[in-house]
Design a protein around this ligand. Structure first.
Ligand SMILES: NC(=O)c1ccc[n+]([C@@H]2O[C@H](COP(=O)([O-])OP(=O)(O)OC[C@H]3O[C@@H](n4cnc5c(N)ncnc54)[C@H](O)[C@@H]3O)[C@@H](O)[C@H]2O)c1
Ligand SMILES: N[C@H](CO)Cc1c[nH]c[nH+]1
Ligand SMILES: [Zn+2]
Length: 418
């Protein structure tokens, strides 16, 4: 189960998991395009085995959810929400900045939130109130006025409490590829959104990628992953615990240990065995361990290069000098530095976002943040003085490109007497 890996083969398999569900997802998308709400009821019956009476969660249900949740849970959620909000407020751009770079030439950037976004909150094999916070709080910090949430039924009361704490009240009980299709294409009950964010299983992730021409997406955020860079100073029990934490999400989850210590993998393997004995989600973990294993590298540079190739969703650094290694790595969704920084801190409460690119996409995408919910417009403002300073350059370049009207649009202004 816990075995040496060929890293290239492993990476290839993670991509093909997504491609493997393409045909099934295309059929679901087509169903929603054709039949709207009726298809959402039909697919929910087929895949979630639930006969829905309606799609939208009512205000009474939001209110009633508090009755079903312990006070200590509500307090923990509220604390996590505050930490997530604080971290994301640090990312917020000024809504407008303008700078005079030369006399009469002002340039700047105006940042505008999107009008309506869709947040997918997973809920198949576990409830994810934490993801309700991770997807909606940054959207709110960005200033998005309409936030639409879809999550599979039965919707856990804690998810509703999380949404309520975040200040979101539009929620539909629909999951999987059908939820993504509904938000991208719109149905009788669900208005289409401009952009869909949030993680999910292979069906959800494949649907997001397929529907990009209708709604922009954050990035592929599929089944969870962890990459661990470790040397002989790493505690095998900590490494094993972090592996199991991500493995318990999904049979498609994947965990990779890359180490300079040839003796470490066996110790971690023994710890995994010991710690998973009484794991409540043992069958999911066993399946995920089938997609997991280790690589022994000749030295730390080789280990870091291999991890950069993997570009894991979560990177845990458990080596003697973790800050130097932090400096050296390039590709990871979120980085957990040092032995005490369990990945679970980022999953729930340090405030960083746990919606992160998987399957090697951390090479090109960043994890979810406030900027995903905004667009920017560059701004320039040129007065008479700036016109004289810069006008000649524009006329020269436009003429060289043979674009006479461009040159003339400046010349006409320069000729005008005030
Ligand atoms: N990358 C990230 O940022 C991140 C963050 C949190 C969670 N996750 C991942 O999110 C995922 C959550 O997965 P989940 O399954 O628990 O919930 P989910 O909500 O993603 O998926 C459940 C839905 O899948 C659909 N489905 C199930 N079987 C199907 C089938 N055979 N055909 C078509 N549709 C089917 C159902 O409609 C169901 O509603 C996990 O993989 C977890 O690791 C990733
Ligand atoms: N590890 C997940 C991201 O892959 C996020 C999460 C939510 N709850 C627990 N963990
Ligand atoms: Zn997790």
């Amino acid at each position: 189960m816990w075995k040496a890996l060929d890293i290239e083969e492993w990476q290839e398999r993670r991509r093909s998991d997504l491609a493997g569900v393409g045909a099934a997802v295309a059929a679901i998308v087509e169903g929603v395009r054709k039949d709207g709400d009726e298809a959402l009821y039909r697919f929910t019956k087929e895949f979630d085995r639930i006969v829905l009476e309606d799609l939208a969660v009512t205000p009474e249900e939001f209110e009633g959810a508090y009755e079903e949740v312990e006070d200590s849970l509500i307090e923990s959620l509220a604390e996590a929400e505050a930490h997530i909000r604080r971290f994301h407020e640090l990312q917020r751009n000024r809504s407008l900045w303008l700078e005079e770079v030369e006399p009469g030439v002002i340039v700047g950037v105006k940042t505008t939130p999107l009008d309506r976004i869709g947040a997918y909150v997973p809920g198949g094999r576990a409830a994810y109130p934490s993801t309700a916070l991770m997807t909606t709080v940054p959207a709110q910090v960005a200033g998005v006025p309409e936030i639409c949430v879809c999550t599979p039924p039965p919707v856990h009361p804690l998810t509703l409490v999380a949404l309520d704490i975040a200040g979101v009240d539009e929620c539909y009980r629909v999951g999987g590829a059908q939820a993504i299709a509904a938000m991208a294409l719109g149905t009788e009950s669900i208005d289409p959104v401009q952009k869909i964010v949030g993680p999910g299983n292979v069906y959800v992730t494949a649907a997001k990628m397929m529907l990009r021409e209708h709604a922009e997406i954050d990035f592929p955020a599929g089944p969870s992953e962890i990459g661990i860079l470790a040397d002989s100073t790493a505690d095998p029990a900590f490494v094993a615990a972090d592996v199991l934490a991500q493995a318990e999400h999904d049979p498609h989850a994947g965990c990779v240990l890359i180490t300079t210590d040839a003796a470490l993998p066996a110790k971690v393997g023994a710890e995994i065995k010991r710690q998973m004995k009484n794991a409540p989600r043992r069958s999911i973990i066993e399946a995920a361990l089938g997609n997991s294993g280790y690589v022994v590298a000749a030295d730390l540079d080789e280990a870091i290069a291999a991890m950069d190739y993997v570009a894991p969703e979560h990177l845990s650094i458990q080596v003697a000098d973790p800050l130097s290694t932090l400096n050296a790595v390039h590709n990871a969704g979120s980085i957990f530095v040092g032995p005490y920084t369990a990945v679970a801190f980022g999953d729930y409460a340090s405030g960083t976002n746990h919606v992160l690119p998987t399957a090697g996409f951390a090479r090109v995408f960043s994890g979810l943040d406030v900027h995903h919910f905004c667009k920017t417009s560059s701004v320039q403002m040129i007065d008479r003085e700036g016109l004289e300073w810069l006008g000649g350059v524009v006329e020269t370049l436009a003429t060289a490109e043979g674009l006479h009207a461009h040159a003339e649009s400046v010349r006409i202004r320069r000729r005008k007497k005030d």
